[in-house]
Design a protein around this ligand. Structure first.
Ligand code: AMP
Ligand code: MG
Length: 408
C-alpha cells in the first residue's frame, strides 16, 4: 500500500497542463496565466498630481510659514485628462486635479485644502492668485513616472490564477486579451444503489447523493469544468455504461465516488480493469483508504471513497493537485500552515486528516478537533476550519505539539 506522498506523486506524474487559449480580459478572473506578462510601459505613464491643488516650484514654497505667507500667480488650469498649456516659472503656479500631468518646471503640489482658495464647488474657475502659509517640499504630492512599475518588468508570472486586482493591473497595462490555460474538464459520477436524487423523499434504506454536489463544487472552485453523469448502480452493466459515457466525452479526468472498496457490490475496480488499467486502489491514510487510480479507455481515472468526509479529504489530497497541474498552476495543491495541537490526539499510525477548528491567541493558532471524526459526519467538516495532519507512524500527539494543517 502506498503512502499519501507516494500515491500523490504517482498520480501527478500522469498529468501535464491542458492547452492554452487567448481570452478576453473580462473573462479571465480565476484563469491561469500561460505566459509571464511584462509591463509594456512605465506606471504611472507620466508624472502626475496625487491631489487636487496647485502645482508649483518647491523653491517658491520652501520659506512659507504663518508669518511669511507666499502668493503665486495662477497661470494654468489642468484637469485630469488634459495636457498643461505652459511651463511654470518662479512665482507661478497652475491649478491641477488629481491624476493630471505635472506641468514642466513644477516639482510639487500644495493641496487646495492648504491654500486660501476655499471655493470648492464643481465648475468654479481657477483664481488669479493663490496664497498659502506652510512650507512646501520638493516632490510633495507628485507621482513620478515609473515609480510603481518600470517598463519591461515582469508583473505577473506564468502559472498564476488571476485575481480581480490582477485584472485591474492588466487593464492598466493595456492587456485586453490574455494567454491562459483552458479549464480542465472532468466527468463526475457517483455510485451506489442506495443513492437518491436530492429532490427525492427519504424512504427505506436509501440516502441522498451528497458527494456529487460537494465534489462538483470543489472541482469548479478549483477551476475545472464539471460534466455530471449522475449515479451508477451497483452492477457491472450500470458501472460500465456510465464509464463508457464518461470516456466518450473527451475529458481530462474521470472522477467517481464510492464502489472502490472490498464490498461485494463494488464493481468499479473490476470494470476499470476490463477496459483499462487499475494502478492502485488503496492508500495508507485515514480517512480514505480506498482510493483508486488508473485509466479507462485511455482516460485517467480517480475513484474516491464513498463516505462523504473521505471523499472530501481525498479530493483535497489527490484531486486538487491534479486539477492544479492540469490547469497550469505553478503550485499543485494547497499550502499547509503550522498550528499547535490543542489537545492530546491518538492516532493509528496512518497519515490522518482530522477535522479541526482553529482558535487564535497572540498570533498562535491552536487546533481543537471538530466533533466526532466518523467519515460520514459531514457536519463536523462544515464546522471545521482546517484539516489537521497527523503524520504517518505517529500514534500519539501530545497537546502543544506543532502540526501541519490544510486551511479550509
Ligand atoms: P462504498 O464505498 O460504496 O462502500 O460507500 C461507502 C459509504 O459511502 C456508504 O455508506 C455509502 O452509502 C456512502 N456513499 C456512497 N456514495 C455516496 C454519495 N454519493 N453521497 C453520500 N454518501 C455516499
Ligand atoms: Mg457502494
Amino acid at each position: 500500500m502506498y503512502s499519501v506522498a507516494e500515491a500523490r506523486e504517482r498520480i501527478l506524474s500522469h498529468f501535464t497542463p491542458v492547452a492554452t487559449e487567448t481570452i478576453p480580459l473580462e473573462d479571465s478572473a480565476g484563469r491561469v496565466l500561460a505566459v509571464d506578462l511584462t509591463a509594456t510601459h512605465d506606471l504611472p505613464p507620466f508624472d502626475n498630481s496625487s491631489m487636487d491643488g496647485f502645482a508649483l516650484r518647491s523653491e517658491d514654497g520652501a520659506g512659507a510659514d504663518s508669518n511669511a505667507p507666499v502668493t503665486l500667480r495662477v497661470v494654468d488650469d489642468i484637469p485630469a485628462g488634459s495636457s498643461p498649456n505652459t511651463a511654470i516659472a518662479r512665482g507661478e503656479s497652475a491649478r491641477i486635479m488629481t491624476g493630471a500631468p505635472m506641468p514642466p518646471g513644477a516639482d510639487a503640489v500644495i493641496p487646495v485644502e492648504d491654500t486660501d482658495f476655499t471655493v470648492r464647488a464643481a465648475g468654479t474657475p481657477a483664481p488669479p492668485t493663490v496664497s498659502f502659509n506652510r512650507r512646501v517640499t520638493a516632490g510633495e504630492n507628485v507621482r513620478r513616472q515609473g515609480m510603481d512599475i518600470r517598463m519591461g518588468e515582469i508583473v505577473l508570472k506564468k502559472g498564476r490564477a488571476l485575481d480581480p486586482q490582477d485584472l485591474g493591473l492588466l487593464a492598466m497595462l493595456g492587456y485586453g486579451r490574455v494567454e491562459a490555460h483552458a479549464r480542465p474538464r472532468i466527468a463526475l459520477l457517483s455510485s451506489g444503489d442506495e443513492l437518491l436524487h436530492v429532490g427525492e423523499p427519504l424512504e427505506g434504506a436509501k440516502i441522498r447523493d451528497s458527494n456529487s454536489y460537494m465534489l462538483a463544487a470543489m472541482a469548479e472552485k478549483a477551476g475545472a469544468v464539471v460534466l455530471r453523469l449522475g449515479v451508477a448502480g451497483d452492477s457491472r452493466q450500470s458501472v460500465s455504461a456510465l464509464l463508457e459515457q464518461a470516456a466518450a466525452l473527451g475529458v481530462d479526468l474521470i472522477l467517481s465516488s464510492a464502489g472502490v472498496s472490498v464490498g461485494a457490490f463494488d464493481f468499479i475496480k473490476e470494470v476499470i480493469d476490463s477496459h483499462g488499467r487499475l494502478d492502485f486502489w488503496r492508500v495508507n491514510m485515514r480517512p480514505g483508504k480506498p482510493l483508486a487510480f488508473g485509466e479507462y479507455r485511455g482516460v485517467d481515472f480517480i475513484g474516491l471513497p464513498g463516505n462523504p468526509v473521505s471523499a472530501f479529504v481525498c479530493f483535497e489530497v489527490f484531486v486538487r493537485p491534479v486539477l492544479d497541474r492540469l490547469g497550469g498552476r505553478a503550485q499543485a495543491g494547497r499550502r499547509t500552515v503550522r498550528v499547535l495541537c490543542g489537545e492530546q490526539i491518538d492516532s493509528d499510525g496512518r497519515e490522518s486528516y482530522l477535522r479541526a477548528t482553529l482558535h487564535e491567541t497572540d498570533g498562535v493558532r491552536t487546533a481543537q478537533l471538530a466533533g466526532h471524526q466518523g467519515s460520514g459526519n459531514l457536519l463536523s467538516l462544515v464546522q471545521a476550519d482546517a484539516l489537521l495532519i497527523i503524520p504517518a507512524g505517529v500514534k500519539c500527539v501530545p497537546a502543544g505539539r506543532e502540526l501541519e494543517a490544510v486551511l479550509l
